[in-house]
Design a protein around this ligand. Structure first.
Ligand code: V1P
Ligand code: CA
Ligand code: ZN
Length: 383
């Protein structure tokens, strides 16, 4: 496998923010992933000759208004837990419900997350990297004037807008268990960005992303949704992902790709309902890497934090093409070096996310008495 110049963006402050007690989103998982990456012999990952380890500049309010309204960005830059009620009109504007608390440092957290994705796009635009990674990004639900689903600033939309200054066509692929609604909506009417989200659909947040939603106007056919059911296995996922992406790459011919690697599609996730192993999830990174098209890897969801750290560490290795140094070829997992969070990875202390015995409902044979039970969702239409 040929070499790729990889940029890895990490801000050492990111893990210190907290959405609050009882909230499933834990920025600390990004620090855990970083510590795990750092625990491998340096020449393998962090000091690999093809990897540049960078601390991204924080995104400015002005950069954020490339997508978000001035009013919303101004609000976010000022809101604190104390001023929340007054600034949101008692919770009716900007931040809605318990999903998006005005936690201490929310603005700084947004500048770190967005700063990493903007810096990643810059490296790709300059041609100084083939793959750029920001595990603090991937916050795909944020809307133009509103936070949604734990996402305040849509770092992905900001990165795509930057890529469009240089590249004629950008592909966005989203393997988070949730629908990438914010990114889809932002580019719904353009033929320069194709969005493709794989997600659980049916009584599941945010409720959008049917196969029928395909884009509008000039953008018709440039939004693709693959609605899925519970228990998605590596084999079923690959059997859908590979042909869909092969076809998109052949027909749309993107000049740059963003892969949102939401880790809530892994087996055992606290909010997710799929059954992917670490390798099944990382297959998407390795698959897209093969095509030698500039690639940005972003984070996203992921609520069983030890597995998020495992997957993003392994996917950093996939970007470098050294994953078999961490997990021997054909094996389910590999030994994990001692690290700051070693005890979190017990009882096996291995770099692995194993599948469980849940049923893969995507494979259930269509029952003529149950209209919900059709295998249609496994054959998406591609323009
Ligand atoms: O289901 C909802 C809303 C709350 N109801 C009124 C509907 N929210 C979900 C949000 C999931 C966000 C996923 C984000 C991502 O795609 C990208 C980072 O992964 C939700 C859930 C849930 N089980 O779906 N919110 C919460 N759980 C929650 C639980 C405790 C405290 C705060 C939020
Ligand atoms: Ca998705
Ligand atoms: Zn998610």
């Amino acid at each position: 496998m040929s070499k790729r110049r990889v940029s890895y963006f990490y801000d050492p402050d990111v893990g210190s923010y907290t959405y609050g007690l009882g909230h499933p989103m834990k920025p600390h998982r990004i620090l855990m992933a970083h510590e795990l990456i750092s625990s491998y012999p340096p020449h393998l990952l962090l000091s690999h000759p093809s990897l540049t380890h960078l601390r991204p500049p924080r995104a400015s309010a002005e950069r954020m208004t490339a997508f978000h309204t001035d009013e919303y960005v101004h609000f976010l830059s000022r809101v604190t837990p104390e001023t929340m009620d007054e600034l949101t009109g008692r919770g009716t504007q900007f931040l809605v419900g318990d999903d998006n608390p005005a936690f201490e440092g929310v603005w700084e957290f947004c500048t770190i997350s967005a700063g990493g994705s903007i810096a990643a796009a810059k490296r790709i635009n300059e041609g100084s990297s083939d793959i750029a990674i920001n595990w603090a990004g991937g916050l795909h639900h944020a809307k133009k004037r509103e936070a949604s689903g734990f996402c305040y600033i849509n770092d992905i939309v900001l990165a795509i807008l930057d890529l469009l200054r240089v590249f004629p066509r950008v592909l966005y692929v989203d393997i988070d268990c949730h629908h990438g609604d914010g990114v889809e909506e932002a580019f719904y009417t353009t033929d320069r960005v194709m969005t493709c989200s794989f997600h659980k659909y049916g009584e599941y947040f945010p409720g959008t992303g049917t196969q029928e939603d395909r884009g509008r106007g000039k953008g018709r056919g440039y939004a693709l949704n693959v609605p899925l059911k519970d228990g998605m296995s590596d084999e079923t996922f690959k059997s859908v992902f590979d042909p869909v992406l092969e076809r998109i790459l052949a027909v749309f011919r993107p000049a740059a790709i963003i892969l949102q690697c939401g880790a809530d599609s892994l087996s055992g996730d606290k909010l997710g309902c799929f059954n992917l192993t670490m390798q099944g999830h990382a297959h998407c990174t390795s698959f897209l890497r093969k095509f030698d098209i500039p690639l940005i890897l972003l984070g996203g969801g992921g609520y069983t934090v030890k597995n998020v750290a495992r997957a993003w560490c392994y996917e950093t290795a996939c970007a470098l093409g050294v994953q078999h140094e961490l997990v021997p070829m054909g094996e389910e997992g590999g030994m994990m070096p001692w690290n700051e969070y070693f005890e979190w990875f017990g009882p096996r202390y291995r770099l692995e996310v194993v599948k469980n015995n849940m049923e893969d409902v995507n494979l259930r044979i269509a029952d003529p008495h149950d209209s919900e039970d059709t295998p249609d969702n496994l054959s998406p239409r591609i323009p």
